[in-house]
Design a protein. Structure first.
Length: 230
């Protein structure tokens, strides 16, 4: 078999990982939007979507299990204890390997419709494609100030070159996923761990939307814990 024939036989694959915690009110909208995105991606790629339940206490598990029964591209897994979104993402990346993997929040602040644009940058040669926030809707000035201060400290003190406005939404090449799984700590700041690996990067700008269905779990205690871990 020639190299050309082998390449033709290999269809690219993408895995999409959603960490989920108590999102019952927004699950229907999330499923509707991700199904449309999966249809677009499926024209050229094999697509797997995994919902990693960070030990929700509402109806989130039942709703997602039902969705998985009706859509073969969907998979569901549940963490035994509440462990945080970054641990949930790592667990998802371990379970659904692909040529590339993208993770994003399940509260629809990050638009799944942006994923095809991230794939374009990956196909152009980038191994890490950041979805970078050029704006944030519905966020207090204090939260914006905290975020900017944190990322400034990360760059100036830690020497880690993350996107200046931060990012919660990124596509990783399979090589990057493998490196992250080998290097991540038990209390990871996943974005910083990706940034220090030194792979080829690109970015796509977007506006992070205000919350519609859920309440932020990002309280002062969670912020402080993230700073200390980082």
């Amino acid at each position: 078999m020639t190299m050309k024939q082998e390449k033709k036989q290999h269809q690219e694959s993408i895995s999409i990982v959603f960490p989920v915690f108590n999102e019952e009110k927004g699950i229907a909208s999330l499923l509707e939007r991700i199904e449309k995105t999966v249809m677009i991606l499926s024209e050229t790629m094999r697509v797997n979507v995994v919902f990693v339940d960070d030990h929700s206490s509402d109806q989130t598990p039942e709703l997602l299990k039902e969705a998985c029964r009706t859509n073969s591209a969907f998979k569901y897994m549940r963490l035994s204890v509440n462990s945080g979104s970054h641990v949930a993402i790592i667990a998802g990346m371990e379970q659904v390997p692909g040529d590339c993997t993208v993770f994003l929040a399940s509260d629809l602040q990050d638009p799944p419709e942006l994923i095809p644009k991230l794939v374009e940058q990956w196909r152009a040669g980038a191994q890490v494609v950041w979805a970078t926030r050029k704006g944030r809707e519905g966020v207090s000035r204090s939260d914006i100030l905290f975020s900017r201060l944190f990322y400034w400290l990360v760059r100036m003190v830690g020497g880690v070159r993350t996107p200046p406005q931060g990012s919660d939404f990124v596509l990783l090449d399979q090589r990057v996923v493998s490196a992250v799984l080998k290097s991540s700590s038990h209390r990871p700041n996943l974005l910083m761990e990706i940034a220090v690996l030194g792979f080829r990067e690109a970015s796509v700008d977007y506006v992070k939307k205000a919350r519609t269905y859920s309440v932020s779990k990002w309280n002062f205690e969670a912020k402080l814990r993230m700073v200390i871990n980082s």
